[in-house]
Design a protein around this ligand. Sequence first.
Ligand code: SF4
Length: 703
Amino acid sequence: MLPLSEIENDAEVLACATHCPYCSLQCGMHLQPARGSWTVVERNFPTNGGGLCQKGWTAGELLGHPERLRTPLVRDKRSAPLRPATWEEALERVTSSIKRAQEKYGRDGVGVFGGGSLTNEKAYLLGKFARVALQTSQIDYNGRFCMSSAAAASIKAFGLDRGLPFPLADIPRADAILLVGSNLAETMPPVMQYFREQKARGGSLIVADPRATATAAASTLHLQLTPGTDAALANGLLNIAIKEGYLNQEFISTRTRDFDLARRVASSYWPDRVERVTGVPEQQLRLAARLLGQAKTAMILTARGPEQQSHGVSNVLAFINLALALGKAGKPYCGYGCLTGQGNGQGGREHGQKADQLPGYRRLDNREHRAFIANVWGVAEQDLPAPGRSAYEMLNGLGEEGGVRGLLVFGSNVAVSAPRAGHIEKRLDALDFLMVSDFFLSETAERADVVLPAAQWAEEEGTMTNLEGRVILRQRAMSPPEGVRTDLEILASLACRLGFSQFFASEPAQVFDELRRASSGGAADYSGITYERILEEDGVFWPCPGEGHPGTPRLFLERFATADGRARFHPVEFQTPAEEPDHEFPLYLTTGRIGAQYQSGNQTRRIAALMEASPDAFVQIHPSLARTYGIKEGEPVRLTTRRGTASLKAQLTPSIRMDTLFVPFHFSGTSRANLLTNPALDPVSRMPEFKVCAVRIEKGITC
Ligand code: SF4
């Protein structure tokens, strides 16, 4: 920890009202110096009402953590260890490597990989840095692994992607909610207050999940479906809704198009067929359809369960079809929503760090959009690159002919979080050059040629956009430790060395002002949002196209964001996952989060209380299945898929299906879940199939 004297004498302590560094709820908190560290204190912010989860309460320990990076590190050659270096040497090394790689391989020889935890300002500047300073098309980010399927489906159906089209405060007013593939009670506990209130008002909560999670335990009805059968479930519910007369014909005819396409497909998903495919009893299917169909107001919410699949977009579209057919969208206390995961999973997908995107949800393949942004940036439209490869496709080609040869990583730990992680490690090692900006030496940073020590959340100002589309301001509570720089400063320094100094500001407020201009008139319009307004109004919901505009907490009340204002049905057939159990790999594997850890664990695995709560990776296995393999609680087991093997401890629980294993993805080394996962990609969103693949389990063997 930082010595108290250093903290208390910090003359630059400006404010201590800030937000949690982790998930998309972005709970409000106060930070206060106490006993040589920073203590998190309750803050009554609208989304969390003062509540935090264990990760939030312990977040202060990240600041001044002894493992914190405080100086740049460089490696003299691949086989040499990382050693401390000056900023001058490290930045020079990065820029000379960029120039060398681009001279040898062309502009696209250098790539950029961003993250869904970066502030809007960083995500914006990172996209601009790639397109203007590097002029590379090769940029994508780890949000591609999170919300991209729901985003693509929402754009297809509604013409716009914003995780929740309504504020969290609307949830209690929904008479029925279908929550698909989300374990909020464990991963985002403060949000459960809204669901508890909804139940207390007499509402019903239906949870669809292959596991009987803490969230399922709080539900009215749990549909324990087979992994990868989400579209069959949604089509089956629509089939029952049609037959039992729950359709809202007026809504369908006045606010939507193409219902007949969806109806035709759903007609063959009769309940007994859907029971066979999903494993959900027909009686439960009928009850779920009735609860949703008879409710005056209802919401359908999806998370990574149905989305992180090779048919993730279709899965989400199938649930959107159901919401539209029931007339439960585009009106108060109704709607389809995606529960965004990462801290800035929403804003991070709006302002240009995605391979095909420009700020404000503009598109790189649209001439008008390119011209608008080129004008804001002061560059020629024809100098902007074309859309590049998606995250996994870029990582898969690292170091290969035609692929990226030098990679700059900001706020991401792909050696743990990318699918087929063992292969991705080899690709990272095949690079001519790898730079990582982070505040801890992550598993990805360990493989880098240059590591730059970056500021943490409470050490710099910046906006985040939470799962509701509410833009919030993370205020700076302290200055970064000596030797540490912000990502904005790093990008501006690199741009300067590459000859583009006039294009890059490094002050968050300046960058945000430019982002506002760049987003003006775009789908995600932030032009009316200022830091001052955010503080006065506890956040502002986009779109907010002018300073006099109140912001938009509820979308689609009058019209959807399509050209004609109507939402679109899409015919969606159920397709099996890319890989199904067989003789060699007889079980399903699914992966996900647990309460005390976050994402790749680069932060939370360094917090003592969180490690005490969840010290090791494990595999959940049903006791009956464990018996057939002779596996006992806590025993070491080996999991094997076509991608690799992982060593884990067995955790016996009747909460999981007999045919399915669950592994959390936060851990490193040989217990990484992503050594096992399948990189089969969704054809539209390019989302890998994290949530389902075929696996074999063996007792008592470690890798
Ligand atoms: Fe809130 Fe998420 Fe932070 Fe927990 S991790 S305190 S739910 S923002």
